[in-house]
Ligand binder design. Structure first.
Ligand SMILES: Nc1ncnc2c1ncn2[C@@H]1O[C@H](COP(=O)(O)OP(=O)(O)O)[C@@H](O)[C@H]1O
Ligand SMILES: N[C@@H](CCC(=O)OP(=O)(O)O)C(=O)O
Length: 361
């Protein structure tokens, strides 16, 4: 099996906030065990910011983005160094992969990322992935690694996504509350509306809490990948197939990876307003969006940016990579490709959003 394992900051750090060598060793022992059993493993690890706090004399995760980026810059190297040393004891070679949203939503970059992972796995390397925190800006930042892990699982065609946290699974209420109980299975179509979801754990280093784990589980299972959510302390059990944690069954089929990223990882830079006919063409017939069906445009974007396609009432119906700059679109509104080609030249005959770059929400 090809397994993506994601570990959160709260499962890697000591109470004081630094990287905990004992917890890292427990994790790497289990990853090495999975490799010995014949599985391919990709690790998505948070903890760069947490690892950078102590060397910078910081007590807790800073609020300002620039300070978080500085901490990540200091901490990422330390974190990967720790993993590299531990995995080397098991004869394993590690490789660092730092991703930004843009890297994987634009077609050429996405193919590049896929090929890098394929090569690393073919060479027997254990890739260690994190967000490229130091360069990611607010707009293009994931911020939490749960969704990143789900998208990486899809990118590398994983058979299983294991989400490790400081809690041993999904509870129907606050896990600290003695009245709450663990949910062992989430089947396709199960309604989680009754589950009370709280914020991130007490350690104060995690970011997403249970909400981003559920989103990650929804993305992965919706793309055909089952998810196991359990405690980092139980990683060895989880990777040897013991019945621990919460198992989310696959609910959907694989979709092209880039489109999954487009739907879940991009911040739209603007909106293109469609008339009712274009809404039907895009959502029901999966057609490209042509200028003839566009009635308005909002925001400032350039060709290649992600935009939301909205219906006449402003509700998003799809997201796509647009082929024109925002300021070019008003001149095209409602006009047929044929007319545009005749008056403005062949370059204007292109679709506003091509069907291959479009995902229905
Ligand atoms: N319904 C719930 N079930 C399980 N955990 C929950 C729930 N609601 C809130 N949580 C909290 O979510 C925390 C995990 O999120 P977080 O601290 O962001 O972890 P990580 O650093 O592993 O990503 C747990 O410590 C737990 O206290
Ligand atoms: N990329 C960030 C991870 C963000 C984060 O804290 O995520 P998580 O602990 O998984 O909720 C880091 O390495 O510090």
């Amino acid at each position: 099996m090809r397994i993506v394992v994601k570990v959160g900051s709260s499962s890697l750090t000591t109470a004081a906030g630094g990287i905990d060598p004992v917890r890292v060793a427990r994790l790497t022992d289990a990853l090495a065990g999975a490799r010995s059993a014949g599985h391919e493993v990709v690790l998505v690890s948070s903890g760069a910011i947490a690892a950078g706090l102590a060397p910078l004399g910081l007590k807790r995760r800073p609020r300002a983005l620039s300070a978080q980026q500085a901490a990540a810059s200091v901490g990422q190297g330390l974190l990967v160094h720790r993993y590299t040393e531990e995995l080397a004891r098991h004869g394993l070679v590690t490789g660092q992969v730092l991703l930004t949203v843009d890297d994987v939503t634009r077609r050429s970059h996405y193919r590049n990322a896929y090929q890098t992972f394929a090569k690393l796995l073919e060479l027997g390397v254990l890739p260690i992935v994190n967000e490229n925190d130091t360069v990611a800006t607010t707009e293009i930042r994931f911020g939490d690694n749960d969704r990143l892990a789900a998208l990486v699982a899809h990118l590398v065609h994983a058979d299983l996504l294991v989400l490790l946290s400081d809690v041993d699974g999904l509870y129907d209420g606050d896990p600290a509350d003695p009245g709450s109980s663990l949910i062992p299975e989430v089947a396709a179509g199960d309604d989680l509306a009754h589950v009370r979801i709280g914020k991130a754990g007490t350690a104060g280093v995690g970011t997403g809490g249970m909400q981003t784990k559920l989103e990650a589980a929804r993305i992965a299972t919706g793309a055909g990948i089952p998810v196991l959510l359990t405690a980092a302390d139980l990683v060895a059990e989880a990777l040897t197939g013991a019945r621990v944690g919460t198992r989310f069954h696959a609910t959907g089929k694989r979709r092209p990876t880039r489109l999954l990223w487009l739907a879940h990882a991009t911040e739209p830079r603007g909106q293109v307003v469609l008339d009712a006919g274009a809404v039907r063409a895009v959502t029901e017939r999966r057609a490209s969006l042509l200028a003839a069906g566009v009635v308005g445009v909002h925001g400032s974007f350039v060709a290649g940016d992600p935009v939301d396609l909205v219906d006449p009432d402003g509700r998003p119906v799809a997201r796509g990579l647009v082929n024109f700059d925002a300021e070019e679109i008003p001149a095209l509104l409602g006009r047929s490709s044929h007319e545009l080609k005749r008056e403005l030249g062949a370059a204007y005959e292109r679709e506003v959003v091509h069907r291959d770059d479009l995902v229905v929400l």
